[in-house]
Design a protein around this ligand. Structure first.
Ligand SMILES: [Zn+2]
Length: 206
């Protein structure tokens, strides 16, 4: 899924938390959104493996929620929701497309790495690939709780609309981005190519 879809999952998590604990709203919104996009910081270094932990994050979430239940102060709740966002992200990636330059072709059987069982989880393709129309639909639905809970704040409303606008542009350009990446990768000298992440190369170039 798109990074923006993941960010909106964080916003939805924060909206649910803010209903229960309204005084923590600003801190949890920032933390949940940051945690929800955090795993994709590994895009250039072992993407969907280095910072994606579809099993282990849940152990950390459990500990953090127990601590938050006993000490419900904003910083602890924010930490718990950061981890929850990262955990949900890691699991969600298994329901999208595979790791490949043109994921709509459906050639990759690698969605996200499961460190617990030492294997790649296969893509289920409920959302066929990041930037698919289905991804945009999901992003739109996920934005609703945040608009309902935080929509009275003009800066949050603007932020949510900005995320949706970026999503629309990404969906419109997604296939062209793959074509440009392919041309760029092909134009690189052979000595540099080993440093280009696999997902930006075609099967022939790897
Ligand atoms: Zn991811």
């Amino acid at each position: 899924m798109m990074a923006t879809t993941h960010a909106l999952v964080g916003a939805a998590i924060a909206a649910a938390a803010a209903v229960v604990l309204p005084e923590t709203a600003p801190a949890v919104l920032a933390a949940a959104v940051a945690g929800s996009v955090f795993p994709d910081l590994d895009i250039y270094a072992g993407h969907r493996r280095t910072l994606h932990y579809p099993a282990y994050y849940w152990a950390a979430v459990t500990v953090a929620l127990v601590v938050a239940a006993t000490s419900p102060i904003p910083v602890v709740i924010a930490a718990a929701l950061f981890l929850l966002g990262a955990a949900v992200h890691s699991v969600m990636d298994a329901f999208g497309g595979g790791l490949e330059l043109r994921p709509w072709e459906g050639n990759s059987e690698r969605a996200v790495y499961d460190h617990l069982n030492g294997r790649w989880l296969p893509p289920r393709r409920w959302v066929p690939y990041d930037g698919a129309p289905e991804d945009l639909l999901l992003a739109g639905v996920l934005s609703v709780p945040a608009f309902v809970v935080f929509g009275g704040d003009p800066s949050v409303r603007t932020g949510l609309l900005g995320i949706l606008a970026i999503s629309v542009v990404w969906v419109a350009l997604r296939r062209r981005v793959a074509a440009v990446s392919e041309r760029l990768a092909a134009s690189l000298p052979a000595s540099v190519r080993p440093f280009v992440p696999e997902r930006f190369l075609t099967a022939d170039e790897r």
